[in-house]
Ligand binder design. Structure first.
Ligand SMILES: Cc1cc2nc3c(=O)[nH]c(=O)nc-3n(C[C@H](O)[C@H](O)[C@H](O)COP(=O)(O)OP(=O)(O)OC[C@H]3O[C@@H](n4cnc5c(N)ncnc54)[C@H](O)[C@@H]3O)c2cc1C
Length: 500
């Protein structure tokens, strides 16, 4: 560490630094929020606090073989910054894209790595938030204050992935790894690999490992819907010879993908049997002959109740056809020395077991919040349009789509937050807080995610800890993009929000 950095640190720890806006998290949401401040509110002071030692959030944490997006980058990329690559991108390419945003907006000096926020308290008397921060690089404990808090911490714990408890794991003589905590030195060449899981991560890691492994078996308890998607959209191929400005290509492909998603969402909602048929029949010719589609690829739930697994260029199916990957649908009874025993009585032998079993949902980074000394129990609060929380002043949060590209929603949310800032400035208000309107007090407190609509395992496991929604606007969340892109830009900023 340089002498200047040490002096700077000492100064920071001896005084409490105050900022207009404090952004928590330097993933795609936090960098998007910082871009918004930089370009729309250049006069505001702000910092981005990031617990990890680098930017990227999800794309920094997840370094397993083949880590890539499963949605297209024209909608996953920001609206303002053209994506110039193929639709599906590797984690490293997404990090490069974020680096370009950091450079273009000159954000480097604003992002503070190794800064984990451990507590957030609002004082109405002082009209500000105080953040307790732990620096993991120096061990220091700092305090920062801010007028507005922009929570961009994502939706799951980056520290501890979800692993179910199975009997006998300690007996297994090989290596067990979780995709979220991938070791740098794991050599899977020539090994028998068993991947436990059935979602996008399993679909990515299986073909990537199958290239060098002896064989990769994916073991799932129940099937998901799968859909092959070209890495390069045919429309992108058609546009290429036209030598269009990148902004045009970005916008055209963005609209194309949005139209595709809208179609899939509406057919899943309105004609689920037809959507089921479409999804299962599309993959039939890609699978090895004789594959039991009903058993392995035909879920019991309606399409769109969980994220559809996108298979770029059908690489997973190709590995199955080549015989380097296979699928088993069964329930684990126990781990043994040699592998995993399943209900059928079979033991799936392996040298490496990969648990692609997902996340632990985290509510606002599991940071304890207080408002005027009272601890905030988010499970007793309702969301204001999936952007703010009832009774929590001067705090917005970024929450994207689960089934569309995350960032598609984050851009819409950032527009609303920008409008709220403008509204506060116009009125000379220093505080904005969501407050139930007369007549809303007896409103039912519904789960944040209606299981009829979206029931992914990580959401269902943690529903009880999440904030709630009401049965009417503006206290609802989890709408589709086709609804929100019309409604959010027009959202009445006086409806359910109080300014002081
Ligand atoms: C492997 C994988 C692939 C995915 N692929 C896609 C995809 O293709 N398309 C899609 O739409 N979505 C995808 N997702 C979902 C993905 O999480 C979101 O798209 C998006 O990256 C979330 O960005 P974020 O910035 O909101 O949160 P995150 O990426 O989770 O970043 C949050 C950041 O906040 C930091 N943070 C949290 N708590 C604190 C704290 N207390 N103090 C300081 N910092 C804190 C974290 O360290 C992290 O860096 C994928 C998720 C995973 C895990």
């Amino acid at each position: 560490m340089t002498r200047a950095a040490t002096a700077d640190q000492q100064q920071r720890s001896s005084e409490t630094e105050h900022l207009d806006v404090l952004i928590i998290g330097a993933g795609v949401s936090g960098i998007g929020a910082a871009h918004r401040l930089r370009t729309q509110f250049p006069g505001r002071s702000f910092a981005v606090l990031e617990a990890q030692d680098d930017r990227g959030g999800t794309w920094w944490t997840h370094q397993y073989p083949g880590a890539r997006s499963d949605s297209d980058l024209f909608t996953y990329g920001y609206r303002h910054k053209p994506w110039r690559g193929s639709s599906i991108a590797a984690g490293g390419e997404i990090l490069n894209y974020l680096d370009e945003v950091i450079d273009e907006d000159d954000l480097t000096g604003h992002i503070r790595y190794h800064h984990r926020v451990t507590g957030l308290s609002w004082s109405s008397g002082e009209n500000r938030w105080t953040a307790q921060v732990h620096r993991s690089d120096t061990g220091e404990r700092l305090r920062l204050t801010a007028t507005f808090l922009w929570m961009c911490q994502g939706y799951y714990s980056h520290d501890e992935p979800y692993t179910p408890e199975w009997p006998g794991t300690e007996l297994f003589e090989g290596t067990i790894v979780h995709t979220q905590t991938w070791p740098d030195d794991l050599d899977h060449a020539g090994k028998r690999v068993l991947v436990i899981g059935s979602g996008a991560t399993a679909a990515t890691v299986v073909p990537a490992m199958a290239r060098d492994a002896e064989h990769v078996t994916m073991l799932q308890r129940s099937p998901s819907y799968w859909f092959p998607s070209p890495t390069v959209h045919e429309l992108a191929t058609m546009l290429e010879p036209l030598d269009l400005p990148p902004e045009w290509t970005h916008e055209i492909l963005r609209r194309q993908y949005i139209t595709q998603y809208d179609w899939l969402a509406s057919v899943s909602r309105d004609s689920p049997a037809e959507a089921h048929e479409f999804l299962t029949e599309t993959i039939r010719p890609l699978l090895p002959e004789g594959t039991d589609i009903e058993k392995h690829f035909a879920p019991q739930y309606r399409p769109w109740q969980q994220r559809i697994v996108i298979v770029p260029d059908g690489d997973f199916f190709e590995a199955m056809r080549e015989g380097t990957a296979s699928v088993v649908t069964d329930t684990i009874t126990e781990f043994t020395e040699k592998g995993v025993a399943v209900s059928s009585g079979e033991v799936l032998e392996a040298d490496i077991i990969v648990t692609a079993t997902g996340f632990n949902l985290s509510v606002f980074g599991d940071i304890p919040f207080t408002v005027d000394g009272e601890p905030v129990d988010f499970a007793k609060r309702v969301t204001w349009r999936g952007i703010m929380i009832s009774g929590v002043p001067n705090m917005a949060y970024a929450f994207g789509y689960f089934r569309h590209s995350w960032t598609l929603r984050v851009d819409l949310v950032n527009d609303v937050v920008g409008r709220i800032f403008d509204q506060m400035a116009e009125r000379g208000a220093s505080t904005v807080v969501p407050q139930l309107r007369p007549g809303d007090e007896d409103m039912p407190m519904l789960p944040w995610s209606d299981p009829e609509n979206f029931n992914a395992g990580y959401v269902m496991r943690s529903q009880d800890r999440m904030f709630r929604q009401g049965d009417r606007d503006p206290w609802t969340h989890m709408h589709e993009h086709d609804h929100e892109r019309a409604v959010l830009p027009e959202a009445d900023l006086d409806d359910g929000l109080r300014y002081r």
